[in-house]
Design a protein. Sequence first.
Lengths: 155, 176
Amino acid sequence: MSKFSKGKKKPQPAISTASLPDIVFMLLFFFMVVTKLRDSELMVKVATPFATQLTKLEDKSLVNYLYIGRPVEKYKATYGTKPRLQLGDKFSDVNEIPIFLERFRVKIPEAQRSKITTSIRADGKITMGIVQDVKTELRKANQLKINYSAKKRPE
Amino acid sequence: MSNEINAGSMADIAFLLLIFFLVTTTIAEDKGITVKLPPWSEEDPDVTKLKSRNVFAVLVNAQNDLLVRGEPMDITMLREKTKEFIVNPTKREDLSERPTKAIITLKNDRGTNYETYVSVYNELKAAYDELWDEMCLRKYGVKYSEDLPLAWRKSIKDEIPMVLSEAEPTNFGEEK
């Protein structure tokens, strides 16, 4: 007499997949929370330099981005190869920075405005000239908290 | 005859959404060197009344060469030299009197490579970070971090304040 009777074979019930959508939705929400929508197409090539003394930008809603780099292949004909500044989704002149910052600032509650950080995402292979102009403009606009975006240097 | 709506394709729809989000978003590696810029003022800061022994002048030219206190230096040496200058462990006459009096000035050309500039800035910041770490370990037994109590951080920054001033760059090597 065996415990496992080989008698009447019950039909195997199919594995229920009813919870699969829930699992996938959970994954979906996780990704929606941790990632950031690609807000603008990059028109300049940005390969940030390496560094070791990095700090993490905590609150992403309080960060605005300035991109500096050489125009990508498809804009080379119109904009040349000199490093350029990209604000939002278009090439901009350095003197458009104050209005760009102001537009960002009005969306932030007043109590948090002092915590706004400007992240300078600049290509490692550009010269300091344009970065310097941007810095001067930021100082004039009284946006003093900045972050030079960089990657962790591999060991 | 069952009246249930078939939910079998729900998973497919959810997967589709998930893949859509995976494609359109970026897990941004938002890290970098945080810097506090000095407020804008029309006149240049006056450095003439500083004693020269308290000033650690770093110049990066358009050829990406480093000139530290009038002498060429390799970037690999910069961190150690900076630390030595700030702390002055052997009480040398030509290094800073006290860490509180030490001032680092950084000057670059407009033609300096951004990469070089960042790595120089990184080394200078690293020098301070390491000094803070050492001091914090000595005083409180833990490494320095932004999560420490404010009073601890303040006591350390009071003893070794980070003073890094950046001069207006010279116009050499600007890209035409």
